[in-house]
Design a protein around this ligand. Structure first.
Ligand code: SF4
Ligand code: SF4
Length: 102
């Protein structure tokens, strides 16, 4: 079991954390990425900062992005310096990540 009172969160494995996490996926993407802007980006901060690894480099140098398993942390939006690359909102009410399911 995870998430018990007094439990040290640093001792909880990524897999155990994901077992307790549910994603209620909306049809509307709450984050969109303008990959044409990404084509000229050399920093690629999003690759390193996203805890869910939702930004994936393509073989042709571009970026792939999937919103479905987003933790809604906002880190990608904070670190991206390229204007217009990321459009960020929260998912519609009742949808998105649920950290303690059940
Ligand atoms: S999302 Fe931002 S940081 Fe990531 S590749 Fe695109 S422009 Fe660069
Ligand atoms: S909000 Fe967080 S989890 Fe979602 S795509 Fe951005 S960095 Fe990744």
């Amino acid at each position: 079991m995870t998430g018990q009172p007094g439990e040290d969160y640093r001792e909880i494995s990524f897999d155990d954390r994901m077992d307790g996490t549910e994603f209620r996926v909306s049809e509307r993407a709450h984050i969109t990425v303008d990959t044409e802007v990404c084509d000229s980006c050399t920093v690629r901060s999003c690759l390193h900062v996203c805890p869910a690894k939702l930004f994936v480099p393509r073989a042709d140098g571009g970026i792939l992005f999937n919103f479905e398993q987003c933790f809604e942390c906002g880190a990608c939006y904070q670190v991206c310096d390229a204007e217009g690359a990321i459009t960020w909102t929260y998912p519609d009410g009742g949808l998105g990540v649920v950290f303690r399911k059940g």
